[in-house]
Design a protein around this ligand. Structure first.
Ligand SMILES: [Zn+2]
Length: 319
């Protein structure tokens, strides 16, 4: 008799009390990275060898765009330099099958770069234009290259900093401060109560598009506290139990989306009018039509590559 059959029918139907699922995070876009970072083994010599290796595979970024090379985002080092990458700014993400994986950035001008196709990173994910492991590498590379672009100067003394450890640190030669790339945790949650869940829409969203509520985890706050605070601030709903579901790197530029389901203890919605243009309860049946894109009023959800979609789907399809 497996564990699922030993719990009562009533308990099994309690979504927040369901049996544990496997780690789902790697199944979502940007979560399937397979790069070995080898942080402990990084020396000046090993980094220099990797950056100069003829076997290196290079991701090329320009703003929120990644370069595509057929069905892959990997180029040779020579191709990256020919496309305009500054050799001094190339960083070492890690290794795949012992081959170094590097990231390079090219300038925003000129708009057309001979020999490469540039695509918006969200579009690359939505359309599945590269293998999942490369999307994971793109998330890492995009977050790191963006961090370097914005952290050229020491936050402590203002002097110019320099790339260290192949790109996982910047050091200040003036005051000695070490600066590390940051990851910004975001709690994204689906508040549920029986057969109903809460969805909202930001004024920035396309019309008819609804999603989970979300917000940055603040300093000194747990994930659970962030879920309760954000849901209360944005929708006026009091949250009881919080259950972690899965997470997703979100390289715009460096968020980690932490997906949770949350038990709504109250039903009255008091919408934060600055954050949300609409927020209401949806039934399971209505949500299922949004997943299937058959909703009578054309309401729809984020695409399957986004963790919001998976949070909503996991609840909607739970029997
Ligand atoms: Zn400094």
């Amino acid at each position: 008799m497996n564990e699922a059959t030993t719990i009562s029918t009533e308990a099994r139907r309690d979504f927040l009390n369901r049996p544990a699922e496997a780690d789902l995070s790697a199944a979502y876009a940007f979560g399937g990275g397979t790069i070995e970072r080898r942080a402990e083994g990084r020396t000046e010599e090993s980094v220099a060898a990797a950056l100069g290796s003829r076997d290196a595979r290079v991701l090329i970024f320009r703003g929120d765009q990644a370069a595509l090379n057929g069905g892959s985002a990997y180029f040779t080092r020579a191709q990256a330099l020919a496309a305009g990458a500054d050799a001094r700014g190339i960083i070492l993400l890690g290794y795949e099958n012992d081959a170094p994986v590097l990231a390079a950035t090219i300038p925003l001008e000129p708009a057309e770069v001979t020999g490469i196709t540039l695509r918006d990173i969200r579009g690359v994910a939505i359309e599945g234009l590269v293998p999942g492991s490369e999307l994971g590498a793109i998330a890492l590379g995009r977050s790191l290259t963006n961090w370097h672009q914005r952290h050229g100067f020491c936050a402590n003394c203002g002097a110019a900093t320099r790339i260290t450890n192949g790109g996982f640190r910047r050091d200040c030669p003036n005051c000695g401060a070490q600066h590390f790339p940051r990851t910004d945790p975001v709690a994204i949650m689906l508040a549920v109560r029986g057969d109903q869940c809460v969805l909202g829409r930001s004024p920035r969203f396309p019309a008819a598009f609804f999603s989970c509520l979300a917000g940055f985890v603040e300093p000194g706050e747990t994930i659970e506290a962030a879920v309760r605070r954000e849901t209360n601030e944005e929708a006026g709903i009091t949250i009881g139990r919080v259950r972690y579901f899965a997470s997703q790197p979100w390289p715009f530029p460096s968020s980690l989306m932490i997906g949770c389901h949350a038990e709504a203890l109250t039903t009255d919605i008091v919408r934060d009018e600055a954050e949300l243009s609409d927020c209401r309860w949806f039934s399971r049946a209505e949500v299922k039509t949004m997943i299937a894109r058959t909703h009578g009023d054309g309401l729809f959800l984020p695409p399957p590559f986004a963790i919001a979609h998976q949070l909503i789907k996991a609840w909607a399809e739970y029997e």
